[in-house]
Write a protein that binds this ligand. Structure first.
Ligand code: GAR
Length: 223
């Protein structure tokens, strides 16, 4: 089911630093802003070379332009998914991006697209995967009655929200919560988790065994 190979070892660093990021979004772009802030502060050794959306009215595009970043639109018209993804892929390659960061990009990418950028597509999802994949994960979790919700950053494989998990942050569900209040706290967790996990990935030295992504043991660096 997974397109990610059984074993893989990332070089140190994963890409020459600062790494070049393409951020794909469909909406307000708050996770994009968290990544951009982390690039600016130096917490994330990367720079955003492209912000790309499938929706011309995505608020994240205006936020990107306001920061002086290249912001492009590739909407899907009446064409096939393959033709649309070809245009997305061409834009990403033309920008010379090392890593593709999905930040509220609300399309399922085909196995062909994932293979084109193999192990280089990272996603943030508003649940503790593998629970509640797909749309409205926060509402799904709240309505299921979970006591602990959260956010996940993972590499993207050919499935929907199934790729190797790189980072998770738990969010407790309080007695006074409703789905919207819970979603707001999960979003705050996403804004911490995404830049921090991406920084750990960029540092490299991690491996994938089966579907487990293993970061290097910090103690081995001290030896
Ligand atoms: C975020 O909660 C993100 O995790 C979610 O969309 C929201 C985008 O918000 N993504 C998914 O559900 C993908 N399956 P943002 O545009 O403010 O970053």
């Amino acid at each position: 089911m997974t397109a990610v190979g059984v074993s893989f070892e990332a070089p140190v660093p994963w890409f020459p630093l600062p790494a070049r990021l393409a951020v794909l979004l469909s909406g307000r772009g708050s996770n994009f802003m968290a990544l951009a802030d982390a690039c600016e502060s130096g917490a994330l050794p990367a720079r955003i070379v492209l912000v790309l959306s499938d929706r011309a009215e995505a608020a994240g595009l205006a936020r990107a332009r306001a920061r002086g970043l290249e912001a492009a639109v590739e909407e899907r018209g009446g064409e096939t998914r393959a033709a649309h993804e070809e245009r997305l892929g061409a834009r990403i390659e033309a920008a010379g991006a090392d890593v593709v960061c999905l930040a509220g990009f609300m399309r399922i990418l085909s196995p062909a697209f994932v293979a084109r950028f193999e192990r280089r597509v990272v996603n943030v999802h508003p649940s503790l995967l593998p629970a509640f994949p797909g749309l409205e994960a926060q509402r799904q979790a709240f309505e299921h009655g979970v006591k602990v919700a959260g956010a996940t950053v993972h590499l993207v494989d050919a499935g929907t929200d199934t790729g190797p998990i790189a980072g998770q942050e738990a969010v407790a569900v309080g007695p006074g919560d409703d789905a919207d209040r819970l979603a707001a706290r999960i979003l705050e967790a996403e804004h911490r988790l995404y830049p921090a996990t991406l920084a750990a990935l960029l540092a490299g030295g991690w491996s994938i065994e089966g579907r487990r992504l293993r970061f290097p043991d910090p103690r081995s660096a001290e030896a």
